[in-house]
Design a binder for this molecule. Structure first.
Ligand code: ADQ
Length: 462
């Protein structure tokens, strides 16, 4: 079988701890570790002069190759175009979109640099799998430089509807680069549909009867490949967490109170302010819950160089302060807000302890935390997941309490319902969800995408 070359913005070298233990980094390390292959991308380091060489490392069957970016490359490519243009737009936050032509040019140029730095590492029959919105035009940059290998692309975040996409200056340039891949994967059928709508309405392309797509003079395949987690491994992690100090400290602090848990990267797509407002509404409309539960919000700061992220942090601080000062008593505060990263095992334990998991993003490609919360539960006494209809995970986890995060009253009702739900209903809902995430696990995602990519006829790659 051909070697797999995975390309993502950030590579975690074997010497580095997977800090946030993001699902993707864990998945790549596990899957490539098993099958062997190369993981290529940015080192996470900034250098004064543009990199002319890559640094390499190996562990077992897995090779790594990384290169540094300059400060101006990093600003234009990552902070500006990727995270201040594409990220808000793809999460339907047009009001937060900042577009600068200079940053767009840097983004394209850095994608060109990824291509140049990768090519010396490529073998003739390698299969290349590119990940996420930072590298949308990379396939095109590789083709421009003569690469004929099979190329796949997976988008981890949502693809918005065509009217929203059309806001983006330079959209067709990006999409032409993307369409140079042979297989394009999305998290959900809805994202796939957005792509097909774009192809038909904006690119003048054709959707064939068998699902193949012709646009920008190429025929490509596209599909929905919902990402999953290693559910049994996460369940084991959670079971083993229950005698660890952090678990015991939280348990002791709670006493007889119930726990509602929320775990996110600190990002405006995750709907943290709406969630806090729902908690406030719950306390207002259901005074019987006062003093009887705590909402523990864990939010690891991210993209702190971007102004909208700093604004969000201030807003969350203010809101949690306001709610706590209105409802706290000497022995209890409703919201415990922890702006930090926790080890994966502690999070797994907290999820297991929690009677309610609150995953209410305003928009999310998938949301791994929803699946991790389900996997962490005790089958004999499972908690209840309150899940936003706008998380990709909602397409698979219909047995959760599905809410519209913009409807604060509805979210408060769902929190109430989750807190009082009888055991038999909790078990039935949990069992359905657990079966789904066990079936659609990370291996299934990885295998279905790479199998589809490897099956692409060679002529499509030529
Ligand atoms: P993210 O936006 O980062 O991922 P998510 O899917 O929730 O969001 O994954 C976050 C991962 O980081 C989870 O494994 C979670 O446990 C971990 N994590 C979050 N907060 C943490 C904290 N405070 N401390 C430690 N760990 C924390 C992007 C897309 C998602 C998509 C994934 C995978 O935005 O929609 O699901 O990629 O495709």
């Amino acid at each position: 079988m051909s070697r797999l070359v995975v390309v993502s913005n950030r590579v975690i070298l074997p010497s580095e701890r997977i800090q946030r233990a993001g699902g993707l980094a864990v998945a790549i390390r596990e899957a490539l570790g098993r099958s062997g292959g190369l993981w290529f991308g940015w080192s996470g380091e900034i250098n004064e002069t543009p990199a002319s060489t890559t640094q390499t490392a190996s562990k077992g069957k897995m090779d790594f190759a990384v290169f540094d970016l300059t400060q101006s490359e990093f600003d234009g490519f990552y902070n500006q175009f990727a995270n201040s243009t594409l990220w808000p737009l793809f999460h339907y936050r047009i009001g937060l979109v900042k577009f600068s032509r200079a940053a767009f040019q840097t983004y394209l140029a850095v994608n060109g640099r990824f291509a140049e730095m990768l090519i010396p590492h490529l073998k003739r029959d390698d299969t290349i799998w590119i990940h996420d919105y930072q590298l949308l035009p990379l396939a095109g940059e590789l083709r421009k430089r003569g690469v004929t290998n099979k190329i796949g692309f997976f988008l981890h975040i949502p693809l918005p509807g065509v009217d929203t996409l059309a806001v983006l200056p330079g959209l067709n340039t990006l999409m032409r680069g993307l369409a140079a891949a042979d297989v394009i994967g999305f998290q959900t059928e809805r994202d796939l549909q957005s792509f097909k709508d774009y192809v038909r309405q904006e690119a003048g392309g054709i959707i064939g009867p068998n699902g193949t797509i012709t646009c920008f003079d190429r025929t490509i395949e596209a599909g929905a490949f919902p990402i999953g987690i290693d559910a049994p491994a996460f369940a084991t992690l959670a079971e083993k967490a229950v005698d660890k100090p952090e678990y015991l400290q939280l348990k002791e602090g709670l006493g007889a109170r119930k726990l509602m848990i929320a775990v996110d990267r600190l990002d405006y797509s995750k709907g943290i302010p709406n969630r806090f407002e729902a908690c406030e509404e719950l306390l207002r409309t259901h005074p019987e819950h006062r003093g009887a539960f705590e909402l523990v919000q864990i939010a690891s700061p991210s993209r702190t160089d971007v102004a909208s992220y700093r604004d969000l942090r201030r807003e969350i601080d203010r809101l949690s302060g306001r709610i706590n000062s209105a409802f706290s008593e000497v022995h209890w505060a409703p919201i415990r807000y922890l702006a930090r990263t926790y080890p994966r095992q502690s999070l797994a334990g907290f999820c297991r302890m929690a009677q309610v998991g609150v995953v209410t993003p305003l928009r999310d490609g998938m949301n791994m935390v929803a699946k991790e919360y389900i996997a962490a539960q005790d089958p004999n006494d499972p908690g209840v997941l309150v899940l936003s209809r706008f998380a990709g995970a909602a397409a698979e986890l219909g047995s959760a309490l599905i809410v519209n995060p913009f409807d604060v009253d509805q979210c408060a009702d769902a929190m109430h319902r989750a807190l009082i739900m009888p055991l038999d209903e909790r078990q039935a809902r949990w069992r359905t969800a657990m079966d789904t995430i066990t079936r659609n696990d990370v291996k299934a995602w990885w295998t279905s995408f790479t199998t589809r990519l490897r099956a692409v006829p060679a002529r499509a790659a030529a």
